[in-house]
Design a protein around this ligand. Structure first.
Ligand code: NAG
Ligand code: NAG
Length: 215
């Protein structure tokens, strides 16, 4: 609890306060006058209508995040040492909003926490116009797991059994564009959970699965 004001403080602040109160009184008296009162109401109404209009415009233009689905993925050659080719479909669902992808888009393939492959998926920045679909495709070198790794026994057993769970991760940064306005830049992670068979190809159940996005 703050201590009560001392005598000195009260003496010091009283003249200023009462002057402020007199000014406030005069101001309020002015606003209570009929003309000012009407003006206040009109201003309030205009503000309210403008607010509602802005909200409706925002609802229509509010950017939606791009949608990703896994089109294909195939591991060829030995693990490690082979290659993995992937293809993710990327849809900009916005009617009026374009999306800038800034910097490099990186791709990683993981078996739980173990890195299977990683590399650049898109080298530079690019722009995706409204209502368009594009593909993010690439080929990565398979670097793991190695036979000495703790994850190797489970990895090779799952591959042999014909149902190896993997996660393809894309990391990028996006910026929305509405006409000449740009949003702030935000990092985006895309996770596609998938299964490959003993031949290294995507199982049919994983073709076209939507990927999770988070910022
Ligand atoms: C990726 O998949 C799309 C649609 O299935 C296809 O049109 C495109 O050619 C593929 N890209 C590559 C590099 O395979
Ligand atoms: C993309 O946005 C522009 C500007 O808002 C608009 O004129 C155009 O029709 C849109 N394209 C599509 C395919 O909706």
């Amino acid at each position: 609890m703050p201590p009560p004001p001392t005598q000195q403080q009260q003496q010091h602040t009283t003249p200023g306060r009462s002057r402020a109160r007199r000014v406030a009184h005069r101001t309020r008296d002015g606003c209570v006058a009929v003309f000012a009162n009407t003006l206040c109401s009109v201003l309030l109404a205009v503000l309210l209508v403008a607010g509602v209009a802005l909200f409706v415009v925002w609802l229509g233009l509010r950017p939606h995040r791009p949608r990703f689905t896994l089109a294909s993925l195939a591991i060829s050659g030995p693990v490690p040492g082979g290659q993995v080719a992937f293809n993710v479909s990327d849809r900009n669902p916005n009617r009026h909003v374009g999306i800038y992808y800034e910097g490099a888009t990186r791709a990683s393939l993981l078996y739980y926490d173990a890195l299977v492959a990683s590399g650049p998926a898109f080298a530079g920045a690019w722009y995706q116009p409204n209502m368009t679909t594009t593909s993010i495709a690439g080929v990565l070198d398979v670097v793991g797991p190695r036979t000495a790794d703790a994850s190797w026994p489970a990895f090779s057993a799952a591959l042999r059994s014909g149902r190896l769970p993997l996660r393809l991760q894309l990391t990028t940064a996006i910026r929305f564009r509405v006409n000449v306005f740009h949003s702030g830049r935000q990092r985006m992670h895309v996770n596609c959970d998938l299964f490959v068979g003993a031949d290294g190809n995507l199982l049919p159940e994983s073709v076209g699965v939507p990927c999770d996005r988070y910022f």
